[in-house]
Design a protein around this ligand. Structure first.
Ligand SMILES: *Cc1c(COP(=O)(O)O)cnc(C)c1O
Length: 449
């Protein structure tokens, strides 16, 4: 008889054939220690690993599963689509319906093109912005992640930061020659060489960092002054912060948007879009080339439409309320245990920083992430059956499947986890040295040459 796989046995095999044993570095446990749990199945707010252990899941595919896992309507939509064939190389009704639905929800979004990931969306938005303006430079912000295309990877937050990388090897100086990195929450000076300013309107890949009052308005005005385009990367915020995403909620309208995560309902789907005159620069209408064999895939559009159908005003009110309760309870129980903590929240988005003061940019985030507390708290929570992201630069993602009892359980377990961490790190504790914050990287906010 063959032994059933365990987390350890699968990880051992994975490492032999997959670099680091994972197909995306954010899934590795390198910064938190231990062996990743291999998921066998998931339902609602929970995932089960291959050993049958259940976790209350706040990863939710980094925000892709806003309804929770395996929502019956999404499962049924995918099942129904699959029997009709999974890809054709010809257009489908589902693509039209999804494009119409996205544009109906987001004010100012006039045309979209569907792609297969957030990376592709951001990469393609940058290309069409450059093509439409005839300019080269892109301004991005330290700690904002726009996927892993060469030009946008600099000071990328999320997994890049968690691997201790400022940039990536294999990205040539030429590839980032037109990329300028500025500190988040400060409006940079722009000139007339800037094609596009790319920003996460609520930064959610360096923990959660809401925009400072006036930041997004300032970017809008600065772009208008020099004729640059403004692009909101709403791969996380889109259809999560509300029906119209961050632009509607925060009242600033960009020229271009990037979407992903929520709109695919757990299948590979992204989109970029915006002003009609800009989007009409794309082939086959215009000179900017962009394409994809699986773009607008029928399973993905079916899943996306099924998710959006559930996201009405009541759903957003509920998600906001749940996130608010979670944030308040987490902040209270962790502070009661004597740990320094900040729990920023904007609508349904929640972050946890082990820091004494609010985090406003990537330098602050790196200090908070570098003190070693997150790693301990993560492990103490995982031991108790609560899955947070295995790195300090990720947001917390409650879904619509997280009920009040789940949140209360989370708070109870977080209280015990925080007490354990505080005990281990007390004045006599062996972890005392790690209370000293690391120096923030000075490289992070330098403009690239
Ligand atoms: C996740 C993410 C991306 C990249 O999306 P992928 O589907 O992982 O390629 C881009 N931008 C933001 C803001 C993201 O959070």
């Amino acid at each position: 008889m063959i032994d059933p796989p365990t987390n350890a046995s699968l990880f051992e095999r994975a490492q032999r054939r997959i670099p680091g044993g994972v197909n995306s570095p954010v899934r590795a446990f390198r910064s938190v220690g231990g062996t990743p749990y291999f998921v066998a199945r998931a339902e609602g707010a929970h995932v089960w690993d291959v050993e049958g252990r259940r976790y209350l899941d706040y990863v939710q595919s980094y925000g892709a599963s806003i309804l929770g896992h395996a929502h019956p309507r999404v499962v049924e939509a995918v099942r129904a689509a699959a029997v009709d064939g999974t890809t054709y190389g010809a257009p489908t009704e589902g693509e039209v319906l999804l494009a119409e639905e996205l544009c109906a929800r987001v004010a100012g979004l006039e045309m979209v093109r569907l792609v297969s990931s957030g990376t592709e969306a951001a990469m393609s938005a940058l290309r069409v912005a450059r093509g439409a303006t005839g300019r080269a430079k892109v301004v991005k912000f330290a700690g904002c992640y726009h996927g892993h295309s060469d030009a946008l990877l600099a000071a990328g937050g999320s997994g890049v930061a968690d691997q201790g990388l400022v940039d990536s090897a294999g990205v040539t100086p030429a590839a980032v020659a037109d990329t300028v990195v500025a500190p988040y929450n400060r409006v940079p000076d722009l000139d007339d060489e800037v094609a596009v300013v790319m920003v996460e309107p609520v930064a959610a890949n360096m923990g959660l960092v809401p925009p400072a009052p006036g930041f997004l308005e300032g970017l809008r005005a600065a772009c208008d002054r020099v004729g640059a385009l403004l692009c909101f990367d709403e791969v996380i915020t889109g259809f999560r912060l509300g029906r119209g995403g961050a632009s509607a909620r925060l009242g600033v309208q960009p020229d271009l948007w990037c979407f992903g995560k929520v709109i695919g309902g757990g299948l590979p789907l992204g989109a970029f879009g915006g002003r009609r005159d800009v989007m009409e620069q794309l082939a086959p209408l215009g000179p900017v080339y962009q394409a994809g064999t699986l773009s607008g895939n029928p399973l993905a559009t079916a899943a996306g439409l099924a998710v959006l159908a559930e996201l009405d005003a009541a759903a957003y009110t509920m998600l906001d309320g749940r996130a608010g309760e979670l944030a308040t309870m987490l902040g209270d129980v962790i502070a009661d245990a004597g740990l320094p903590v900040q729990v920023p929240r904007l609508g349904p988005l929640v972050g946890v920083f082990f820091a004494h003061a609010p985090v406003n940019d990537y330098d602050d985030a790196q200090v908070a992430a570098g003190n070693g507390i997150y790693r301990r708290f993560f492990r103490a929570m995982l031991d108790r059956g609560v899955a947070l992201a295995p790195g300090p630069y990720e947001a917390v993602f409650p879904s619509l499947a997280h009920g009040r009892n789940d949140l209360e359980r989370t708070a109870d377990l977080a209280a015990a986890a925080a007490a354990e961490v505080a005990g281990a790190m007390g004045p006599e504790g062996e972890g005392q040295a790690t209370w000293q914050p690391l120096q923030p990287s000075t490289v992070a906010s330098r403009p690239l040459a």
